[in-house]
Unconditional design. Structure first.
Length: 453
């Protein structure tokens, strides 16, 4: 492996190809298209940018998602559904695991801009969508100079409006997600179909709209608030027809960035968690005596153990699923691997706790293989190309890092490269793939112990 080889352009068939494409051109195309409504702009951009290279997006065609072809055939056999989906493209996966994508309910569209007090998690899948656990979202309208950084009202500001809105308690099939509610009768009910189907681009677009969490909390933006993905949601209701409210959706990473809690809610007892982070693990930090902080460890991880960290645009206070006492042993094991120059991985058994907000039932043991993205001296020692080794060292300088591997492997989700928004270079994408795949093979005994033990 050489630096020259890493710079070779990725082919369109490569999974890393979409990550190297600049999003700005696709944003311009979608913005100019009069057929794209504001709240589906980002979904259209993501469709063109991330899904189209793999044949998963057809701009302008109504698209729905379904778990398999047999489901689609059964759907057509239902009264009236053949006519509804006649003009749709219904995508089904050829193979692979069941897709579960996490997003969050930011708050009622009518209240924008918001101080998002407690967004609710929502699952988006080819079979069903919804907030399965009945919860009460607490939403506060932002006023005046109130901002994410300034946590108190400024002189002359009116008092904030705070409302509690019931959310969830049921899921609906994805083909009718976004349609109106049905009168409460209990059990399985027929629902009206939406004007346009909820597509794979809508699912990925909602899940990737991290910017929506910031946009929806910033006053004075006028029509820009209309750019957040929105959908009609309603709670499970005992009597009559439940209220139908249009909600803004945001990135699942506003709540939890690993997708782990969603798996735990489904009864999964073994998981590999890839902590792909821009924060190097602090090996000088003693987790037994000192509290975690976002400059010591990835900010999402401590929250799973009841130690939530403050970070702009995220809310992790409801994420505790493991005992706090189990955090220090995990961190110690990761630090030991980092000091040894090996892939930063640790296989741990955790005691699962109840989490009412996420709908997690505790009381069982869960095995997790934690894979923390960081430098791996053992991998770097095997590199033969002096130019590549120099590029890694130049990129890792604490003062004025530079070169084609600047900041490697801790890249930002957005803004890593000037003018590139969410894109990486071919060199960056290939280097990340080489490092992570080598690490999993190097510690394959941990993977085998997780899956086979």
């Amino acid at each position: 492996m050489t630096l020259t080889a890493l710079a070779e352009p990725l082919t369109p068939q490569s999974l890393g190809f979409a990550a190297t494409r600049n999003v700005w051109g696709f944003l311009a195309e979608s913005t100019r298209d009069p057929q794209v409504p504001p709240d589906r702009l980002w979904a259209d951009v993501i469709g063109r940018h991330m899904l189209a290279p793999y044949g998963l997006f057809d701009h302008g065609a109504p698209e729905a998602v379904a778990p398999n072809d047999a489901y689609v055939d059964a759907l057509r056999a239902r009264p009236g559904m053949a006519e509804v989906i006649a003009g749709w493209t219904v995508r089904t996966p050829a193979r692979g695991p069941f897709l579960v994508v996490g997003a969050c309910v930011l708050g009622p569209e009518s209240m924008l801009p918001l101080d998002v007090e407690r967004p609710a998690p929502i699952d988006l899948t080819p079979l069903y969508c919804g907030v399965g656990e009945a919860v009460t979202g607490v939403f506060q309208r932002r006023t005046g100079a109130l901002s994410k950084i300034k946590d108190r009202l400024q002189p002359g500001d009116p008092p904030p409006e705070v409302v509690a809105v019931p959310v969830g308690g049921a899921v609906v099939e994805s083909v009718v997600f976004g349609g109106g509610p049905a009168p409460a009768k209990g059990g399985v009910q027929a629902l009206p179909a939406p004007n346009a189907p909820w597509s794979l681009a809508d699912i990925v677009g909602a899940s990737s709209s991290a910017w929506a969490g910031v946009l929806e909390e910033t006053p004075g933006l006028g029509r820009l608030h209309k750019l957040a993905p929105t959908v009609s949601l309603w709670p499970a209701w005992r009597d009559g027809t439940p209220p139908d409210t249009r909600f803004a959706l945001g990135d699942g990473g506003i709540l939890e960035n690993f997708g782990l809690i969603t798996l735990l809610r489904r009864g999964v007892d073994r998981a590999i968690v890839l902590v792909n982070t821009s924060t190097p693990l602090d090996t000088d930090w003693d987790p037994n005596t000192d509290a975690p902080s976002p400059d010591r460890i990835d900010s999402y991880l401590p929250g799973l153990f009841g130690r939530p960290q403050k970070s702009v645009g995220t809310t992790t206070v409801d994420n505790m699923v493991f005992p706090t006492a189990e955090l220090a042993p995990l961190v110690t094991a990761l630090q030991a691997a980092r000091r040894a120059g090996e892939p930063v991985m640790a296989l741990q058994t955790h005691r699962l706790l109840d989490n009412r907000w996420w709908g997690v039932a505790g009381g069982r043991a869960v095995k997790v293989l934690w894979v923390y993205l960081d430098h791996v001296p053992a991998w770097e020692a095997q590199l033969k190309d002096p130019e590549l080794k120099d590029a890694i060292q130049d990129g890792d300088r604490k003062i004025l890092p530079s070169g084609p591997l600047k900041h490697f492997p801790h890249y930002k989700t957005s803004g890593e490269n000037l003018g590139g928004s969410i894109s990486l270079t071919d060199t960056q994408a290939r280097a990340l793939a080489e490092l992570t795949s080598w690490g999993l093979l190097r510690r394959r005994e941990l993977v085998e112990a997780l899956l086979g033990g």
